[in-house]
Design a protein around this ligand. Sequence first.
Ligand code: DC
Length: 229
Amino acid sequence: MPITIAIDGHSSCGKSTMAKDLARQIGYIYIDSGAMYRCCTLFCIEQGLIREDGTVDVEALEPRMGEINVSFRFNPETGRPDAYLNGENVESRIRTMEVSSYVSPVAAIPFVRKAMTAQQQLMGQKGGIVMDGRDIGTAVFPNAEMKVFVTASPEVRAQRRYDELRAKGDDVSFDEILKNLQERDRIDSTREVAPLRQAPDALVLDNSHLTIEEQKQWLLDRFKEKTGE
Ligand code: DC
């Protein structure tokens, strides 16, 4: 029987890389729930729903939630799923610093969470899924058979993100990234609805000093333990 795997943790700790790779190895569907909140944020930016002071126009957004349709399609070039907003591939547009800087306030809005959580539960109805995010093991799939909570020090996470964005040619500073991720951690952990929390039954992985290969192996070993495969 295919199981449900929930991978939660702080921003930029490599959750999605390990979740995507595990899904591919075991033939499960991978869903990046953060990408769904990023799509909502891109919608807000493009529709002028972010005010000049950087706050979200919540009243204008609420009646328009039905216009936000997020889906994922496998990209054969990267071997990973791309996010689509209303049928348009937005995978690279949701990964900018601009989206990163507004996503935590957008993801803290209760009706945004309600809508995304409902879509995520629908996607995972039949199991055989690896979903990563902040509240997957606590709020979206509290009965998931396997839960992992991933973390690493803020400096290590900022350095990884910095290297990734610089490699893409983005002109970003290390300090800007570190500040952004500490602020996101703060908002994600202190919001009222479904804050970032370690589920009591989650396996904890601090990957500050692990290579990607070591993490992948760790995760695969835990999966085999859980399923007896
Ligand atoms: O994983 P990420 O950095 O792409 O996520 C972007 C933001 O979305 C993050 O700051 C918090 C929010 N998020 C959330 O609130 N709940 C989730 N399940 C996933 C992401």
